[in-house]
Ligand binder design. Structure first.
Ligand code: PLP
Length: 456
């Protein structure tokens, strides 16, 4: 419970901070958890309470909250050269090196990278690149963007329009020309009697129909998360990307993989696209790119889009776009270190992706055990990200009704127990840091089990 003391951290937080993405009745009742520092996978609040953060911050703090190598990489670069842009014919050496590293990691040859401060801005940048390209290539009508219902691509006007969540209606979004297809969630969206293969086929047919209806020449791209994250951790139905990619290819529409959550190891592979078995035409990256130690996003263009964009830009001699901190040298130095920590192993430690692979079966077993609960309708996930969907009736999958969702109550109870997890719709989402060990995995599932017992 919050202290009503006017000088409490809770009261001070509420007095002068505007809350985003927060269930306000819940915060009014419970107060704000004001965090002062982190220890590995744990965060500590102003009362000294420790919480195992099974959210990795916001899917991003994959190396935990006190990684010495990442802090040291940032400090060393702050000491050497604290900030710069990547424009007007200048660029930091760190930016050059990071682009080389990302190009080598990308699932296609000859990639080119453009830097932003966030995943939202990376999606905006991608769309502006495609709009620029369309006009330069004499196809100014090619502006529509296809995404899916329940997709999350960010909060700027364009990336929020790409996002397939109804809450954006309060902003009068989406903008015209952003089209949301059926969410590839077989358990929720499959029709009675429809097999998973039939469901996948139906979604592929829907895509073909929408492209034909809208006119392929009006569509700039199809953008998809390999595993949907903020929609409630939704892996696509079996064969989904294999079914849709040929249709996109036939119509000349690029497939862009929004890897803001999946990229850099979350699924056990470098890219979510690798895990799902498809090769995209471009990638959107952020979050684990810097292990959350610096705000940064990137658009990584595959060779065809990169070449065409280069030709278009060469024709007018400048691409008029970028952010003050695009290619920030501290961000780039941190990203280089984060990639080393996750994929190569740094300072004598094993690569974190090895731990993701080792812990994935343990995670899956824990999720499967909790999914036996009479009010858990489904567990789903990939690698170290998963969701438990709470239902009023397990057989029919009927969701609970009401404003304060059951998942919110489960998550609040977990907070009381010293575990941070995220309510998303009626699901409770877990995406722990890549450093989680067996004991912490037990702690996470043990606390979640206790929370389920208390709520139901
Ligand atoms: N794309 C995906 C898949 C995301 O999950 C997110 C954020 O969670 C974004 C884009 C937006 O990134 P940001 O919050 O850094 O703007």
């Amino acid at each position: 419970m919050p202290e009503d003391h006017a000088n409490s951290w809770e009261a001070r937080a509420a007095a002068h901070s505007f809350y985003g993405f927060t269930d306000l009745p819940s915060v009014r009742e419970r107060g704000t958890v004001v965090v002062t520092h982190g220890e590995g996978a744990y965060v500590v609040d102003t009362h000294g309470r420790r919480y195992l953060d099974a959210n990795s911050g916001l899917w991003n703090m994959v190396a935990g909250f006190d990684h010495p190598g990442l802090a040291a990489a940032a400090k060393a670069q702050y000491d050497r050269f604290p900030g710069y842009h990547a424009f007007f014919g200048r660029m930091s050496d760190q930016t050059v090196m990071l682009s080389e590293r990302l190009a080598a990691l990308a699932p296609f040859n000859d990639a080119k990278v453009f830097y932003t401060n966030s995943g939202s801005e990376a999606n905006d940048t991608l769309v502006k690149m495609l709009w620029f390209l369309a006009r330069a290539e004499g196809q100014p009508a090619r502006r529509k963007i296809l995404t899916r219902k329940n997709a999350y691509h960010g909060v700027t006007a364009v990336s929020a329009s790409m996002t397939g969540k109804p809450y954006n209606e309060v902003f009068g979004l989406p903008l015209d020309g952003f089209i949301h297809l059926t969410c590839p969630h077989y358990w929720r969206e499959g029709r009675p009697g429809e097999s998973e293969a039939q469901f996948t086929r139906r979604l592929a047919e829907e895509l073909d129909e929408v492209i034909t209806r809208e006119g392929p020449e009006t569509i700039a791209a199809f953008v998809a998360e390999p595993v949907m994250g903020a929609g409630g951790v939704i892996p696509p139905s079996e064969g989904y990307f294999q079914a849709i990619q040929p249709i996109l290819k036939r119509h000349g529409i690029p497939l862009v993989s929004d890897e803001v959550i999946c990229g850099f190891g979350r699924t056990g592979e470098v890219w979510g696209a690798d895990a799902l078995g498809f090769t995209p035409d471009a990638i959107i990256a952020s979050k684990a790119l810097t292990a959350g130690y610096f705000p940064m996003g990137a658009v990584i263009l595959g060779p065809e889009l990169a070449d065409r964009l280069q030709v278009a830009v060469d024709a007018i001699e400048e691409f008029p776009h970028g952010f003050t901190a695009s290619g920030h040298p501290v961000g780039c130095a941190v990203a280089l270190k984060a990639i080393e920590v996750i994929l190569d192993g740094a300072d004598g430690a094993a690569p974190l992706i090895d731990n993701v692979r080792r812990m994935t079966p343990v995670f899956e077993a824990g999720m499967a055990r909790l999914a036996q609960h009479p009010h858990i309708g489904e567990w789903r996930g990939r690698g170290l990200m998963g969701a438990l969907e709470a239902v009023a009736d397990k057989d029919s999958g009927t969701p609970f009704a009401g404003h304060l969702s059951v998942s919110e109550r489960i998550a609040n109870t977990c907070t009381d127990l010293g575990l941070i997890c995220r309510p998303l719709g009626q699901a409770v989402v877990l995406c722990p840091p890549f450093i989680l060990d067996d004991g912490q995995m037990d702690e996470m599932f043990g606390k979640l089990e206790t929370a389920l017992e208390r709520v139901f």
